[in-house]
Design a protein around this ligand. Structure first.
Ligand code: ADP
Ligand code: MG
Length: 322
């Protein structure tokens, strides 16, 4: 099977590659063409996943594709964008039909859940690596950036952080657990659901937002820096996932919630006047702290005293002596 047959069979023919809203021209030409409604801005983000670094080398292609696309689309959720399309730059060591079939099926599954279409890509031979670029649209001026947090606002998170990090020993086969505990945690890791609806609901309300990929404390640091404020995280208010507590106990669950990456939940700052309305609409919003004048992220214990957090979030190149 040659490159063009491969592209045709597994990608151009995938159901997520069908033409649709916002995509004037999809796979097959030199470029795809996107149609943006008047008054909207294009949101663009790229993510690369390298075998052995971002996912276990031997993982199923279905799960890999589903996760890769979920992770990429999560960046659109974090800006409050509505997804339009994505490209896939794929490097594979060989063209294994069953593996490619699984990959296309995983993309289809997540693409359908997110309402996003495959609009193009590139295919080469080499060590396994995927790069996904996602495109979305946002009414001009309404994107949720990282830089608008102000003293006096609440710091919030859109669910239970830490579940994906807690699932890692299950993912790597280092641990086993009963299905009712393992399944929701594994799903959080392998099928992260971008909080697109929440992101859109936060337009015009949240003052800063991001999706937690490297750990709650580490990522809150990005909001603190971009906004020029201090973020205080109150340990007592941290929501702990029941499945995670059942698997690893409360202390470890708290460490996962503070420092574990891979959750792709939204963390955001919110003027207090918007909280009741959003919670009444059913959004899974937990207040975990507040914004103050100053800089950096500070963890507070149950008495409100500063404590040293557990391990910091993951950073590539951190051991390179920089
Ligand atoms: P070019 O030589 O112009 O870069 P290619 O031969 O790489 O074009 O690709 C042909 C068409 O197939 C293009 O429209 C491209 O976007 C699409 N394509 C290539 N690889 C993929 C892929 N992995 N997934 C989706 N579309 C792809
Ligand atoms: Mg090409």
């Amino acid at each position: 099977m040659g490159e063009f047959e491969l592209i045709r069979r597994y990608f151009a023919a995938a159901s997520c590659a069908r033409a649709g809203e916002g995509v004037a021209l999809g796979i097959g030409d030199d470029c795809a063409l996107l149609a943006l409604p008047p008054g909207e801005q294009l949101a663009v983000s790229t993510d690369t996943l390298v075998a052995g670094v971002h996912f276990p080398e031997a993982c199923e292609s279905f799960l890999l594709a589903q996760r890769a696309l979920g992770v990429a689309v999560s960046d659109l959720a974090a800006m409050g964008a509505t997804p339009i399309g994505f490209t896939l730059a794929l490097t594979i060591p060989s063209a294994d039909p069953a593996w490619l079939q699984g990959l296309a099926a995983g993309l289809d599954r997540m693409a359908q859940a997110c309402g996003v279409r495959l609009i193009g890509g590139d295919t080469s031979r080499g060590p396994l690596c995927l790069t996904l670029t996602v495109f979305g649209r946002i009414p001009a001026g309404q994107a949720l950036t990282r830089s608008g947090a102000r003293a006096g606002e609440l710091l919030c998170v859109g669910g239970y952080p830490g579940e994906a990090a807690g699932a890692l020993p299950l993912v790597l086969g280092q641990r086993q657990a009963a299905a009712e505990i393992a399944e929701p945690l594994l799903a959080r890791y392998w099928a992260p659901q971008p909080q697109l609806d929440l992101g859109q609901a936060l337009r015009g309300k949240a003052t800063a937002a991001l999706d937690v990929s490297d750990g709650l404390l580490a990522d809150c640091g990005h909001i603190a820096k971009a906004s020029g404020v201090a973020l205080l995280v109150e340990q007592a208010r941290l929501p702990l996932s029941p499945a995670l507590v059942a698997l690893v106990g409360e202390t470890m669950a708290r460490d996962c919630a503070l420092s574990g990456g891979d959750d792709y939940l939204l963390a955001f700052t919110l003027p207090a006047e918007h909280l009741a309305d959003l919670q009444a609409q059913g959004w899974p919003i937990h207040v975990i702290g507040r914004v103050e004048a100053g800089q950096g992220v500070q963890l507070l214990d149950k008495q409100g005293r500063p404590v040293t957090p557990p391990v910091r979030g993951y950073e590539h190149f951190r051991s390179d002596g920089d």
